[in-house]
Every structure is written in C-alpha cells, then in structure tokens.
Ligand binder design. Structure first.
Ligand SMILES: Nc1nc2c(c(=O)[nH]1)N[C@H]1C(S)=C(S)[C@@H](COP(=O)(O)OP(=O)(O)OC[C@H]3O[C@@H](n4cnc5c(=O)[nH]c(N)nc54)[C@H](O)[C@@H]3O)O[C@H]1N2
Ligand SMILES: Nc1nc2c(c(=O)[nH]1)N[C@H]1C(S)=C(S)[C@@H](COP(=O)(O)OP(=O)(O)OC[C@H]3O[C@@H](n4cnc5c(=O)[nH]c(N)nc54)[C@H](O)[C@@H]3O)O[C@H]1N2
Ligand code: SF4
Ligand SMILES: [Mo]
Length: 727
C-alpha cells in the first residue's frame, strides 16, 4: 500500500476468476477511485480483463446488501447483526435438533474458493454442522477431476496443470481458456500464452463441439459430438498402443495398469468410434502420432469434459494419455505446482486425501465424495418425504437456482423449506428464498492470498495483499461472519476459545511456515514465512514447475494407477455408447452445450451496465443447416425444451457450432420474481439450467451434466408444449 495525498494505492490480485491478475487499486476512504492491471506483478505483468474494472461496480452496486436482511411477507426487512446472527444460529440448530443433523443441507458456491477467509473459516463451520447433506459447486464442475486424482495419484487435490509456457503441443478438450482465462491452469493472459506456443513452433489443437475463441487461436480445431470424448480418448490410446507410441519413460518405474489399459482400449478402433464422435479416423490417427512425436505435449480437459455423462472416465483417460506419452510430470507436459501454502500436503497430514462412496445419498443412492453429495440430487432430498428429508439450507456464496441442473425444481424445493440462511452479497434468484441473508463487506475489504489457485498455477508464485478498503460501516469481512456463526454454534469451550482467536492470516502464516517451502520451526533461515511474502506486495515468483514424482504420490504403493477398478468398470458404458449411441430420438434430437463470455462470470456479473455491451449474449447458437431445417431466422425467437423444462430466446445462427448442437450460456435468467438485481433484470436472459436434467449425472462421481443434454429446438411461434414437459 502507498499513500498519495488523500488517496491510497493498493496492490492486489483480482479474485473473480482463476487467473489471479495483479491489480492496482486506488482508493479514497471507502471509495474505489480506479482499478488497473499491475505491471509489476511478476506473474501477470499488467494483464487484466474487463471484469477487473467491474470490481468497482460490484463494490458500488446499489443493490449490494449493506446490512443483514430478514424475510418479511413477500420481501425483506433490515435487521441488526446481532439479531441476524442469533436467528441464523437458532434456525440452524432448531432444524438439526428437531429433525436430525442431516436435515440441514449446506451448499458452498464457487467464490468461496477465491476468498481465503471464507475457505479457512468455512471449512470448520461445515465440520461443526456435521451434516452428511453437504453440497458444493464442485459437483457442477471439477468433481470428476478430484475423483480421477484421488484414484490415480491418491489425493483428491493433486491436480496436474499444463506447463503451457514450455509445451510443444497443447491438446485442449472441452475448455475455452481464451475466454474463461483458464481453469485449473492459473495463468493471466491465456490468449498471449496460446499464441506463444504457436510462435515458438508448437501446436495447439482444440476438440470442441463449438469453434470457440480458443479454437480460433489454434492451428487445428476438430468438432466432436458432445459427451463422446471418452470414445475419442479410448481410440487415441488404442492408436498409441497399436503404433508402438507408448513411452512413459521414467514414469514406468512407478506406474501400474498400462497393460490393463491396453486391453481396455483394444476394441475401440478409430474407425469404430468415428461414427459416434464425428472425428474422422484419419484425423485422430494423425493427431495421436503428432502428439506422441512432439518433444513435449499436454492433453488438457476442463468443463466440457468434466460436466458430461462420461465426465470421470474422460478425465481419467486424459491423464492416462499424458502418462502413456511420458508427458506427466515433465517440463512442457502436465505438471504439479509446489505452492507456498501447500494445501495438498497439509490436507494429507490431517488425513484428508479424499474418500469415495463411504455412504450414499438417501433418495437416489448417489455416492458421497469426501463428505459431499452431488448437488444434482439436492432438490429431491428436499422434496422427497420420509425420515432424513432436508428441511433447512445454508448457502454460502452460491446461486444454485441458476447454476445447478433443473433450477426450477430446486426453486420449488427451496420454497418448501422450514428455514434457510444465505451468506451472500445480493438478494438473487437463490437467496430470495432465505429467511435471513448475511452480507459481507465488499470483496476488496478482505485480505487476499489465493490458497487454491496458487496451487494450480502454471508457474510457482505467491502473493499476499492486505485489505484495500475498510469494511463499510455496519459490515464485516467474510471470515468474521463465519467466525460469528461458529462461535454461536460450537458447544465445545476449547474449540470456541480457539475459534475466537482464529483469523485467516494466522492460519495462513502456519500454512506457509509448515508448507514444503516454509521455514518450519526455525526462527531464521531461507524458508518462506507469511511476513517474508508480505514484503513483496506485487507478488513473488517462485520459479518454473519442477518434476516431483514419485515423491509427491499419495497412493499406498506410491504408484500411479492407470486402471483403477471403478473406472475400468465404466468401460462397459463406453462400449454401449459406441455400439448403440443414444438414438437421436425425437423429440429431443439436438444436444445442448454451454459457453462462457469474457464479460460474464457464472451468475453474478450481470448487475453492471459496463458489462452489457448492447448485444444480447444469452442466445441459442445454432448451425445454419439446423436453422434452415427448422425455419429459424437470425435473431428470431426459438424455443428450446428438454425433459425438464423449456426456454425461449433469440437464435444466433453461426457455423461456429456443430450441426445438431445448440449452445446456450449459463448464469442468466434474472427475471425471477423477488430478486433485487436491477441491471441484471433488465438484461434477464434465460437460464440454461431450466433445461439441464437433475436426473442425469456422470454415474461415477454424480457430477452434473451440462454438456450433451438432449433438447428440442423449434421456432418459437410454431412451438407447442409437449405433454410430458416440466414447467
Ligand atoms: N449450464 C451450466 N451450468 C453451470 C456451468 C456450466 O458451464 N453450464 N458451470 C458450473 C460451474 S463450473 C460453476 S463453478 C458453478 C458456479 O455455481 P455457484 O457457485 O452456485 O454460482 P455463482 O454464480 O458463482 O454464484 C456466486 C454467488 O456468490 C455471491 N458472492 C460473490 N462474491 C461474494 C463474496 O465475496 N462473499 C459472499 N458471501 N458471496 C459472494 C454472488 O452474489 C452469487 O450469489 O456453476 C455451474 N453451472
Ligand atoms: N469469463 C468467464 N470466465 C470464467 C467463468 C465465467 O463464467 N466467465 N467461469 C469460471 C469457472 S467457475 C470455470 S469452472 C472456468 C471454466 O473454464 P473452461 O473449462 O475453459 O470453460 P468453458 O468456457 O465453459 O469451456 C468449455 C468448452 O467445452 C465445450 N464443450 C461442451 N461440451 C463438450 C463436450 O462434450 N466435449 C468437448 N470436448 N467439449 C465440450 C464448450 O463448447 C466450451 O467451448 O471458467 C472460469 N472463468
Ligand atoms: S482474467 Fe480473471 S483474474 Fe484476471 S482480471 Fe479478468 S476476472 Fe480478474
Ligand atoms: Mo467452475
């Protein structure tokens, strides 16, 4: 922080998406004067996207809650913090006392991962509630990756990250980093980094049912039918074995299951899978040869390969491709960061490497993963009568009505709860159902240290920033609210004393000191401490990623398992898909996929005019041939329906999407009554999750399915509701 007259300059990281761009924030009192990229941040070197400036709008948003509110009649009334917190603690305790611990559900949303205070104090809160009905945005996102890493490396959070700045071949499946700014691959300035791969003679190939912005930057884009990546990958592996291209190199010494995988892939010849995937056999064969021949390469999958019916299987096979070609844990391949606050190592120390299917969900029997159930089943846990029914909900920085499958059903379920609390900045589509809403001070009022995304960066780095603004009068930082609730709920006096002394900075200091780069108990020396990190307000570069296997493996035998039994069992389903692909059965003969836009972030960035550029971005993207077949005109209204619901929105006809596929962004649908989002309501759009189906999941992990959802598309004026459609 620097003082300049009345104004102050703070160096921070933007914490909206995963890229962690360094920002310079100029403030005066409680006011943000400006936000710009920080050229001196060694990691981002000045890069920011348009959303960084919108942090100011988010802070100044007149709709942002400036004090807690309580439901009164059809609306909300302001309430003191004491009353709001007491009512929260009382309400949560009453549900659990009357109906059992599991009658209270917890849903943790995406921003929690970007807020160290919420993360560090939210986890003890989740533990304190001791409910098995724990849910989070993970099961709409990277749960398949957690499961794959748990099975293959022995740790749910040991995620490999593309060494994008040194790779010779970047094979992207189901990710659009040029727009999303990268996911589980933290690096500011994705567009530049992708262009640099090509500039240094490397290759970038994208497999995607849409010609995304990333695909446009690539030298090759291949369309792939949604949800069929598992077949593409099995054929890719088939070719690697058939053509003697399997060369794990030093990984062989600590990898098991290679022969098993060879056997599994044998029947999946590229000729057989082409019919289903839409990727021509010769294209796949050439790609496999080129990838194997590259000096280094990395196959990377993200939301498109995780949030589909074969999410876990596809994610497993992507990792397997990197192992088989010797690209895991190798420079230019798929590598493991060594962060300052080593969440992976520390969680292992306390025995939290992950667990699977120790118990099942009540209604549908979906497996837990590390104590959480898949959110696709939350609504039915609330709506299905019987012992153990969920009657209360606590949402933390999440908007599941817009972000989880079949939002309409969830909405109905929320309306029937006995008690609900939301910890959120706004009265939105989800929190409007709450009895009490607890709002934190603006995002720039919390200190910041990206525990999660420093651990998934393409280059080791660390940074700590203090608050840029004091909390507005009457508000508290995120972490303090958690602490207040914890202190009210926890009965154990020793724990209460501990919580009363807990601050995120204290936990962080311990994490850094006892992390793999830390000073440990030594009073002086070369190891890192939080105070050392604080001396570098622009951040500290900790060098390129370095190989760390087999040392960092957490499997019992210290080996990578290329063929875990639960995954092998799923091959039968892949075979069925190859032999009898789901008939493109009327009426749902098209496949829905999602897309992101740089001016948006999930559901919560639509309440600022700065990010609405005039054109409506919530459109149904369809191929000209489909448009012609269906008589749909550019910009004309189309009705898209699925088993669970229907939406009507403008068509955007473009060859950038595969024939038979319709692409609709998520996070829109701000017309719901009761929300207080003035700007967003004026650009409401429709919710893609009014179409996605809660009943269909990736069976291994239970992850939500957003890609490849069967839908019907028709001209809105000629459309008639189908008798079996939901509302
Ligand atoms: N169809 C479809 N659906 C999807 C996806 C898709 O690709 N397609 N993607 C999925 C993915 S990857 C994700 S991660 C999920 C996200 O799902 P969620 O996490 O449920 O949704 P968000 O839209 O991120 O909601 C964030 C909430 O946090 C609040 N918030 C923002 N800042 C703060 C803060 O500082 N403190 C507190 N307490 N609250 C804050 C916002 O007001 C908002 O209500 O959506 C998923 N849903
Ligand atoms: N601007 C912006 N940035 C964001 C977000 C945002 O909402 N807006 N959200 C943040 C979050 S929470 C996350 S998790 C990340 C996600 O980051 P990414 O994973 O990069 O997410 P998407 O941009 O949704 O890219 C998914 C791609 O998969 C494709 N796809 C769909 N179905 C399939 C399929 O079956 N197979 C294959 N191969 N491809 C498929 C889609 O067409 C799309 O191009 O982005 C983060 N960054
Ligand atoms: S890319 Fe992500 S982290 Fe960087 S400025 Fe944009 S929203 Fe913030
Ligand atoms: Mo996400």
């Amino acid at each position: 922080m620097k003082n300049e007259g009345d104004s102050r300059i703070h160096f921070r990281s933007c914490n909206i998406c995963e890229a962690m761009c360094g920002i310079v924030v100029k403030t005066e009192g409680h006011r943000i004067v400006s936000i710009a990229g920080d050229r001196e941040d060694p990691f981002s070197k000045g890069h920011v996207c348009v959303k960084a400036t919108a942090l100011k709008d988010f802070h100044e948003d007149p709709d942002r809650l400036r004090q807690p509110v309580r439901r009164a009649g059809k609306g909300f009334e302001p309430v003191s913090w004491k009353d709001a917190l007491d009512e929260t603690a009382r309400g949560l305790a009453a549900i659990q006392k009357e109906h059992g611990r599991d009658a209270l559900a917890l849903y943790i949303g995406n921003p929690t991962a970007h807020l160290p205070g919420a993360l560090l104090l939210g986890l003890p809160l989740a533990d304190c509630l001791k409910t098995r009905n724990r849910y989070s945005a993970s099961s709409t996102d990277q749960l398949p990756l957690m499961m794959a890493c748990h099975q293959m490396f022995g740790h749910q959070f040991l995620f490999p990250v593309p060494d994008i700045d040194r790779t010779g071949f970047f094979l992207i499946m189901g990710g659009n980093p040029a727009v999303s700014n990268g996911s589980i691959m933290t690096a500011p300035g994705m567009e530049r980094r992708i262009k640099e791969i090509r500039a240094r003679g490397g290759r970038v190939v994208v497999l995607d049912p849409a010609r995304s912005k990333t695909a446009e930057l690539a030298d090759t884009h291949l369309f792939i039918r949604p949800g069929t990546d598992v077949l593409f990958l099995l054929s890719f592996i088939n070719v690697l074995f058939a053509e003697n291209l399997v060369k794990p190199g030093r990984l062989s010494a600590f990898t098991v299951g290679v022969e098993k995988l060879k056997g599994l892939s044998r029947d999946f010849s590229p000729e057989k899978t082409a019919r289903v995937t839409g990727v021509a056999a010769e294209d796949l064969i050439r790609l496999a040869r080129d990838f194997a021949a590259a000096d280094s390469g990395v196959c990377y999958g993200r939301v498109g390969t995780c949030t589909q019916e074969f999410g876990t299987a596809a994610t497993w096979l992507i990792i397997a491709v990197n192992v088989l070609t010797g690209n895991l844990d190798r420079e230019g391949g798929s590598m493991f960061p060594r962060p300052a606050a080593d969440l992976v190592g520390l969680l292992a120390l306390i025995g939290e490497k992950g667990h699977y299917a120790r118990w099942k969900s009540r209604v549908r029997g979906l497996p837990e993963f590390s104590g959480e159930f898949p959110v696709a089943t939350l609504a039915e846990e609330m709506l299905t009568e019987g012992p153990g029914r969920v009657r209360g909900l606590f949402t933390i920085a999440g908007n599941p009505v817009l972000s989880t499958p079949n939002g309409r059903l969830l909405e109905k379920a929320l309306a029937g709860l006995d008690f609900m609390v939301s910890f959120d900045t706004h009265i939105n589509e989800t929190t409007r159902h709450a009895n009490v809403i607890l709002p934190p001070a603006g995002v720039l009022c919390d200190s910041h240290f990206d525990i999660v995304f420093q651990a998934y960066s393409v280059r080791n780095n660390t940074k700590y920033s203090g608050p840029a603004l004091p909390p507005e009068p009457g508000l508290m930082e995120n972490w303090r609210i958690f602490r207040e609730i914890l202190l009210r709920l926890e009965k154990n006096p020793v724990k209460r004393l501990l919580f009363s002394m807990t601050t995120p900075d204290r936990i962080l200091a311990a994490m850094v000191r006892f992390g793999s780069r830390g000073r440990g108990l030594l009073p002086v020396g070369g190891g890192l401490t939080l105070s050392e990190i604080k001396k570098h307000p622009h951040g500290l570069d900790l060098g390129p990623l370095t190989p760390c296997l087999p040392g960092r493996l957490f499997t019992k035998d210290k080996r990578i398992d290329l063929a875990p039994a639960v995954f092998v069992a799923d091959i039968a389903r892949a075979r069925a898909l190859m032999e009898a692909p789901a008939a493109e059965s009327a009426p749902y003969d098209m496949r829905l996929v999602g897309r992101r836009h740089v001016k948006s972030n999930n559901s919560w960035f639509h309440n600022t005019e700065r990010l609405h550029s005039g054109t409506n971005r919530c459109t149904a993207l369809i191929h000209p041939a489909d448009a012609a077949r269906l008589g749909i005109a550019q910009g004309g209204a189309v009705r898209v329906s699925s088993r669970v619901g229907a939406v009507t929105l403008p068509a955007e006809i473009s060859e950038s999407v595969m024939q038979g596929v319709v692409s609709i962004p998520h996070g829109w649908g701000h017309h719901r009554e009761g929300a207080r989002l003035g700007v967003a309501a004026a650009h409401a759009g429709v919710s893609a999750n009014d179409l996605t189906d809660n009943a269909v999941t990736d069976p291994l992990s239970g992850n939500a399915v957003f890609c490849g959802v069967p839908v019907r598309v028709e001209r809105a004026d000629g459309a008639k509701a189908l008798p079996h459609e939901g509302s």
